[in-house]
Design a protein around this ligand. Sequence first.
Ligand code: SAH
Ligand code: SF4
Ligand code: F3S
Length: 443
Amino acid sequence: MRRLFIKTYGCQMNVYDSARMAEVLAPLGYAVAAAAEDADLVILNTCHIREHAAEKVFSELGRLRKLKLRRGGDMVIAVAGCVAQAEGQEIMARAPHVDIVLGPQTYHRLPEMVARASRAGGRVLDTEFPAEPKFDYLPSPTAHGPAAFLSVQEGCDKFCTFCVVPYTRGGEYSRPAGAILDEAAALIGQGVRELTLLGQNVNAYHGRGADGAVWGLGRLIRELADRFDGLQAIRYTTSHPGDVDDELIAAHREVPRLMPFLHLPVQSGSDRILAAMNRRHTADDYRRLVDRLRAARPDLALSSDFILGFPGETDRDYQATLALIDDIGFAQAYSFKYSPRPGTPAAGMEGQVPEQVKEERLAGLQRLVAGQAMAFNRACVGRRFPVLLDRPGRHPGQLLGRSPYMQSVFVDAPAELLGSMQVLRVTRANANSLAAVLDGGAS
Ligand code: SAH
Ligand code: SF4
Ligand code: F3S
């Protein structure tokens, strides 16, 4: 038996891909190891979104080099994901101890790559965008617990001026609905109760439906809910405001098992900056869209992404972002200092913002969002809702799950309830989680 260790950076798509890579390699006798120290094959599944993310990969490669030397060279090291796609040649040149470099679209070929690297000691670079999508070659998935990710869409054609994703993941691709329904059936058959549909731009989904028509994401969600009674919660991420259509809004109104939470990145509240980012929406477009979504699902909780210190961002632009946040009221949000990425248009723009200004704006925005998140969490105290208890908590006797609104909820509960959906009553709000008690049995 051989051992495999995969370290995953970046977004949920990478988490999904890492699980699929392990499945592709299982027939070769690879079992998952707990640490790189114990592994014959180590894969770093990397993220290129910000400079900091890419740097971490090179420092991890330094550590792996020593491990490999200690094992007399008897370790295959592979770099996968978005850094591999963007900087494949450079990794090959700079890190001779790396045996395999593969992009996000070629991991179905891992068995051949590993065979070549271990047999002949040859090095492999495969960052192609193959005509035949990898999904056609992947084995049926294995569930790891009651909640699962399912990639339905990949890539992006939006070309926001700050973003590497269109280059690292390639153009938009939607999987045929039949393949998605089959994968969902396999997961639900293994006890999965909650599915999160994934895509870099998931609501741009437009796959060939079982009936030959093109289905949007709203239709796909409806079909999943209709076909699978055992599926108790559906979520999706990440969405672009420009691709929210009437059908998706209707799904939020009419499909109760579609959870009332939406991560809808806006990036900025300034129209000038949004235009420079090539976001193709204004701040008011976003406000109107949120109004329509909330009209369909009044308790919808919203989350977003923000970039602070995009080139040319003035204090006025920053104030416009704060004003948008005030208007919307977010349940949570992610925020980042702008990070210039090689090859993207914004990296060469004038008016790069000093680091210290970025930091001040980031801190100010995070204070505002933290206040909103705390208020949202407090408003949940006393409420009852069903929660899938999918993980053990940090303390013994505790289980953890996600509220319908995506907050982490922890509860004292016997271990045999792990994997079940229970009605909980919220007793306390924290900054980033809720405490609850069992209240009313299985849902
Ligand atoms: N597809 C999603 C997000 C992809 S990346 C969308 O369209 O919104 C996740 C987040 O990383 C982005 O929403 C953005 O806020 C942030 N991000 C992307 N590129 C960045 C950069 N160059 N600097 C800082 N943050 C960035
Ligand atoms: Fe990147 Fe999202 Fe813009 Fe696509 S829509 S370029 S993934 S930020
Ligand atoms: Fe990172 Fe690639 Fe995801 S750059 S955020 S791992 S699509």
